[in-house]
Design a protein around this ligand. Structure first.
Ligand SMILES: Cc1ncc(COP(=O)(O)O)c(C=O)c1O
Length: 468
């Protein structure tokens, strides 16, 4: 007789929570709610608890499920691949890998006029690590710039270029820590300037680093920087959906070009039309040298991430076979779904769809802002990446406590909306953890947006009755 596996059939939530408390490491999870919430089913824009209560999801797995839970077309692509070629070692080829790489490389050729190649991995952080290898290999340098408020993942090297010290504090340094530069967070300008007349003072400050070798970044005699690349999110995700002013990236890119520094664009959260364009960086008229992507590439089905890089950086003569190999890197299930995502997005005008829905949603958020100036300090958005900054009565001081309360109340699932009991799934982000970062399903209808706004209104009135 074989060993008896102690698999439990317990489904009662209280019993499961006790097991979770004892046997699950919390290292791989974020416990925002106490106790954490169970869900039983997902469909379209909604998560459902075991009682069948719907929760309208305004964060869609941090944009991993941007095209909706249970998207039939994408699920069918996965099912087809499971029935055809579900497993294959990455040393062999399968059509979907090649077709997906070619589709993204051609897309970038048409968008940026640049030739390049694509390679794959599984999670976003892994692709970030791979990109660091490409950068180091191409430049012979290991130091990079990144933004304050930026998030690039939690593996060792990804943590080193992610702004939060909290994510590094316990582990020491396994990779070179980035030099962090202030992001143009105009609502809370790091230089106390006003967007209308600042003249992009922040870019001038960055450019000053290279004026003399004594500022520590530049060898004037060799004409060479000590830093290899600048890692950016065109719109900060975890940082609170902060949108830079229009001229910022072109001005920054001029400085980088002058100093021979690569621009690495992290599209893991904002790529695949979240910000109304295939890549968020397209909103800002600059050409990146490297793009890193993940999440919505497979709509959260079999995970897949990847990198596109300019040919000079990634061609096999400079970046040899096996440089970043992983067993699951270009897995057949993920590449099949990724290919279907690219096909699907090329058949529908997602630019117009997301821009129109985003404008409709943002207009309603602005109305909420006008209605509740003692609760909301700022609302902004680009495409369906939207932000609501929750502030004290003065409209400026971050109100983290109220933000947490709104989030927790939404998760109770007891809002009365049009005669139905519902919940609202929100995400809290931002430098001061006072921003509701909204990343709804890209297929959300105007009626569903209305329902979302009704719920936000109910939550504000419930959580801050004395300020409405
Ligand atoms: C901009 C950005 N980069 C990198 C990552 C890390 O990706 P992953 O969580 O798949 O490792 C994330 C995840 O949230 C992200 O938002």
């Amino acid at each position: 007789m074989g060993a008896v596996l102690p698999v439990t059939d317990v489904t009662d939530e209280q019993a499961l929570l006790r097991l979770e408390h004892k046997y699950c490491s919390w290292g791989d999870t974020v416990h925002y709610l106490d106790p954490p919430k169970f869900f039983a089913r997902a469909d379209g824009n909604y998560l459902f608890d075991r009682h069948g209560t719907p929760y309208l999801d305004l964060q869609m797995w941090y944009s991993a499920a941007s095209f909706g839970y249970g998207n039939k077309r994408l699920n069918d692509a996965l099912k087809h691949q499971i029935d055809t070629l579900p497993q294959l070692a990455c040393q062999y080829l399968h059509p979907e890998k090649v077709q997906l790489a070619a589709a993204i490389a051609r897309l970038n050729e048409s968008k940026f006029g640049l030739e390049g190649r694509v390679q794959f991995n599984v999670g976003g952080s892994q692709a970030i690590e791979d990109s660091l290898k490409i950068v180091r290999n191409a430049t012979g340098k290991s130091l990079v710039f990144a933004f304050m408020g930026g998030y690039h993942g939690r593996t060792l090297a990804a943590s080193a270029i992610t702004s939060s010290y909290r994510y590094r504090r316990r582990y020491g340094h396994f990779s070179d820590r980035a030099h962090f530069v202030p992001f143009p967070y105009c609502f809370r300008c790091p230089y106390d300037k006003k967007r209308e007349d600042c003249g992009l003072y922040c870019v001038d400050q960055f450019a000053k680093n290279f004026e003399t070798e004594y500022n520590s970044f530049w060898d004037a005699k060799a004409g060479e920087p000590e830093f290899a690349a600048f890692y950016v999110e065109a719109i900060q995700g975890t940082g609170g959906y902060v949108i830079p002013p229009p001229g910022y990236f072109p001005a920054l890119k001029r400085v980088l070009n002058d100093r021979g520094i690569l621009l690495v664009d992290d599209e893991i959260q904002m790529g695949f039309y979240r910000a109304g364009r295939f890549w968020a960086i397209e909103n800002f008229d600059v050409e990146p040298d490297i793009i890193v992507f993940g999440k919505a590439l497979t709509n959260g089905l079999n995970p897949l991430s990847g990198i596109w890089a300019r040919e000079e950086l990634i061609g096999p003569d400079v970046f040899p076979p096996g440089s970043t190999h992983s067993t699951f890197s270009s897995n057949s299930l993920g590449t099949a779904v990724g290919l279907e995502v690219v096909r699907m997005t090329s058949e529908t005008n997602y630019e117009d769809l997301v821009r129109e829905r985003g404008a409709y949603f943002l207009a309603q958020l602005k109305e909420l802002h006008t209605r509740y100036p003692k609760v909301i300090g700022d609302t902004d958005g680009i495409g369906l990446a939207l932000r609501i900054e929750i502030c004290r009565e003065d409209g400026r001081t971050p109100d983290r406590e109220l933000t947490d309360r709104i989030f927790a109340e939404g998760m109770k699932g007891d809002l009365d909306v049009r005669g139905r009991r519902m919940g609202l799934v929100l995400d809290v982000g931002g430098y001061y953890k006072n921003v509701l970062t909204l990343a709804p399903c890209l297929h959300m209808t105007e009626d569903e947006i209305d329902i979302a706004v009704e719920m936000l209104d109910l939550l504000i009135r419930r959580c801050a009755p004395d300020r409405v």
